[in-house]
Design a protein around this ligand. Structure first.
Ligand SMILES: [Zn+2]
Length: 424
């Protein structure tokens, strides 16, 4: 019934419009300039402000810290007296180190809007979130800390590997930093040197932003790697620093060893019983895996252990050998620089040296050797034990988190074909 009434009204309106436009009914109306309407309610705009300071009759002058610039130097050049600077340095003690103005960081002066006026405020941006406000009026010097609002958003994205994962993620609209984080999350379960074109990564992550700009690194909440019929998943679970990644079944992804001693590089020569030695030009067994990378690339200990040897030989160049336990040892050759000493305890992921080409080497690479019970083996064919699984009492909470994150990954994978990003 209502519909009919509406339709009726529409028809009536249409008829009126028709009449209005088709017949010149009244006398001609002359154009009259629009008069300002009195009694308008004026809504005042909020006064402009910067860093929480009302800018009424003040102006903002922004700059970037140049290398070698000091707190005293910057303020002195603006006419701020030495005694004000001294007072502020002492008041800021423990809060802010005036000797450590970082080059490239933004700063600003806020001063009265007239020639040669000494500024009332100096602002130094410690990072994209936090800034220091120095109140410069003589006799009333003090320091306050300001913080911009941080927004945390959650996203999920899936990308097909076409070349470098870094580029594929960037193309898909995600922070390419996720490529590095994925290699860390999957360090124990996915061999990043064997990723192939057509493989798919999906990842759910949280991102922090300030005023619409990303700040800091994203945090991976869950990820899935699909290669043919092989699927590896990772779900973040746990509190704060204790949080780590688990598979679908709640087993820790953390294994005894990293898959490789470098984060990014390529395998230039695999483990084999026989190969033509690139320098000696004779057939020899190659009982290691060569990872080519630029000079100076950090070399990481693949597991916790003790440095058994840190030295130099003609063939190996500078090298380090780490004993991880009674079964396993690893060795890293041709370093440009050795950064650990014999007898030193190292943790998994510690930087133990830098990629070089010392010894018998044709270019910068690390020759990575792996011993199992005294025999050199191909570490890429070894199965390593998992770390602790999820505790039984935490299983219900883990299962719920996993299911919800799994659904986000599913959605991202479905959206991949449509080329869109999923925001939760
Ligand atoms: Zn080698």
């Amino acid at each position: 019934m209502k519909r009919w009434v509406q339709l009726g009204l529409l028809v009536l309106a249409g008829a009126l419009v028709f009449v209005f436009f088709s017949v010149d009914l009244g006398p001609r109306v002359e154009y009259v300039e629009e008069q300002p309407v009195e009694d308008t309610v004026v809504v005042p705009l909020p006064p402009p402000s910067a860093y929480g300071i009302i800018m009424d009759s003040l102006v903002l002058r922004e700059g970037t810290v140049k290398s070698g610039a000091s707190f005293g130097g910057l303020l002195g050049a603006e006419g701020v007296s030495a005694s004000v600077i001294e007072t502020l340095v002492s008041k800021a003690e423990g809060l802010f180190d005036a000797r450590k103005l970082r080059s490239g960081h933004p700063y600003a002066f806020i001063a009265p809007d007239r020639e040669g006026a000494t500024p009332h405020y100096f602002i130094y941006e410690a990072d994209p979130i936090q800034y220091f406000v120095f109140h410069l009026l003589p006799g009333n010097e003090y320091v306050t800390i300001g913080e911009r609002a941080v927004t945390v958003t959650q996203h999920a994205i899936a990308a097909t590997v076409t070349g470098a994962l870094y580029n594929d993620l960037a193309k898909a609209g995600a922070d390419p930093m996720l490529a590095v984080l994925l290699s860390e999350v999957f360090a124990w379960t996915v061999d990043f040197y064997r990723i192939q074109k057509g493989d798919v990564f999906s990842v759910a992550y949280a991102e922090r932003s300030v005023e619409g700009k990303r700040v800091g690194a994203p945090q991976i909440l869950a990820a899935r790697y699909i290669s043919g019929d092989k699927v590896k998943a990772a779900f973040r679970f746990g509190e704060g620093k204790e949080a780590t990644y688990f598979d679908d079944e709640g087993n820790s992804l953390r294994k005894a060893f990293l898959k490789a001693p470098l984060k990014f590089s390529r395998i230039s020569s695999g483990f084999s019983g026989k190969r033509l030695h690139p320098v000696q030009k004779v057939m020899k067994a190659h009982l290691g895996t060569d990872y080519a990378a630029p000079y100076g690339t950090p070399i990481l200990a693949v597991g916790d252990g003790v440095v058994e040897q840190a030295g130099r030989t003609g063939g190996n160049g500078n090298f380090v050998k780490i004993r991880h336990n009674g079964v396993y040892s690893t060795q890293y050759l041709h370093m440009r620089k050795v950064l650990v000493k014999q007898g030193q305890r190292v943790q998994q992921g510690d930087v133990i040296g830098e990629v070089g080409s010392t010894g018998l080497a044709t270019g910068p690479h690390v020759c990575f050797r792996f011993w199992k019970n005294g025999a050199q083996v191909d570490h890429r064919k070894e199965e390593f034990p998992s770390a602790e699984p999820i505790a039984q009492e935490l299983r219900p909470a883990f299962d719920a988190a996993r299911d919800s994150l799994s659904a986000q990954l599913d959605e991202a994978e479905l959206a991949l074909a449509a080329g869109r990003m999923v925001n939760f």
